[in-house]
Design a protein around this ligand. Structure first.
Ligand SMILES: C[S@@+](CC[C@H](N)C(=O)[O-])C[C@H]1O[C@@H](n2cnc3c(N)ncnc32)[C@H](O)[C@@H]1O
Length: 341
């Protein structure tokens, strides 16, 4: 048995025979032998490609949005960008190296729970494990963080029951339990076997981020659904596992070797506070100037094509990066949720 399996077994025994799926997911992803503490990360050589990993264009557009916020707030002398779930720091690198009007006022804090990934952060950013404690004037960003926060899993079997994880013959198995705190907003009835993720940790993250923010905005980029849609769809469409760019195994198999993720349930975040704006990622990128950056890229390439340098190659790649980031069947269909203060 692998050491993480043993740790999960011990947790199951200590809990009297079963742990919640939420606890299982927390151990599988974030315990010392968990996926994100060991092998797991975004990137071409990692397990999945996120928008910042497509190339620097995404960060260049986010940098424009950051500058716009700084201007809107009246050019404060101290302006903080806090990126939560920063992974290996790719978005931070793109933003910090983009043209930024707010550069002299800016401090960039990259918050990442995994020490392995923090060790890859650039020295241009303040790299830390937890969110800052002081009030923030600036922007709090989370790209594909909330889908990775452990969630409770409910299953309809005559009534809503919670998924727990037990062990039988050295295999982790799901058991359903009736619990007393079923969210009141769940429908009374659903198809047999319907599932939904209850994302309390994502809601708590939003609530504490909004409390931390004195002035500015919280920007969440992620793949999203509503709870009602999740209930009505096959659960494999929104509860997924990934390993080295392939869809992984069932979420209870080989914990620590694969990512576990759910679409973010927008309606559950709306219960914390209604966002000021919800856009598709492609609309948001266009509103924040992706097309201008692509045009600049094309022009720079045309002027330098005869003797291309590294910058010319990067500028040319904006065309294909933009296609990937705005693809309505992929990243372009992600949601961008914005809360302002
Ligand atoms: C799917 S990855 C996204 C990484 C990066 N934002 C990107 O878009 O490429 C999610 C990251 O969030 C980190 N994470 C999860 N929970 C966290 C928390 N509570 N605080 C900070 N980081 C967290 C994970 O370790 C992982 O690196």
């Amino acid at each position: 048995m692998q050491s993480l399996d043993k740790q999960i077994s011990a947790a199951i025994a200590a809990a009297g025979g079963a742990i919640s799926f939420e606890k299982f997911m927390a151990l599988a992803l974030y315990s010392p032998d968990g996926f994100y503490s060991t092998v797991g990360q975004a990137g071409r050589r990692g397990d999945f490609i996120t928008s910042p990993e497509v190339g620097p264009l995404f960060g260049a557009v986010v940098a424009r949005a950051i500058d716009a916020q700084w201007q809107k707030l009246g050019h404060p002398e101290k302006f903080l960008v806090v990126e939560a779930g920063a992974g290996p720091g790719t978005l931070a690198r793109s933003i910090v190296s983009a043209e930024l009007g707010c550069r002299d006022a800016l401090s960039y804090v990259a918050v990442e729970v995994s020490a392995v990934q923090r060790s890859q952060h650039s020295s241009d950013v303040i790299s830390q494990e937890t969110m800052p404690g002081e009030p923030i004037v600036g922007v709090i960003i989370a790209n594909e963080l909330l889908d990775n926060l452990p969630f409770r899993l409910f299953v309809f079997d005559g009534s809503w029951q919670e998924a727990f994880v037990a062990e039988q013959n050295e295999t982790f198995v799901e058991v359903l339990r009736r619990v007393g705190d079923i969210p009141a907003w769940l429908p009374q009835t659903a198809q047999h076997g319907a599932r939904v993720s209850i994302q309390n940790r994502a809601s708590q993250w939003l609530e504490s981020s909004l409390n931390l923010l004195q002035r500015g905005s919280v920007l969440v980029f992620d793949y999203c659904l509503t709870s009602a849609d999740a209930i009505n769809r096959p659960w494999r469409e929104w509860l997924r596992t990934y390993r080295q760019h392939e869809v992984g195994e069932h979420y209870l198999r080989r914990p620590g070797s694969q990512d576990i993720t759910s679409h973010v349930m927008v309606d559950q975040l709306q219960l914390v506070r209604q966002p000021d704006q919800i856009s598709s990622q492609s609309d948001w990128l266009v509103r924040n100037g992706i097309n201008e950056l692509v045009e600049q890229g094309k022009n720079y390439w045309q002027t330098n094509a005869a003797k291309p340098d590294v910058k010319a190659m990067k500028m040319r790649s904006r065309v294909s990066e933009s296609e990937a980031l705005c693809d309505p069947a992929g990243l372009g269909n992600f949601k961008v949720l914005e809360w302002r203060k």
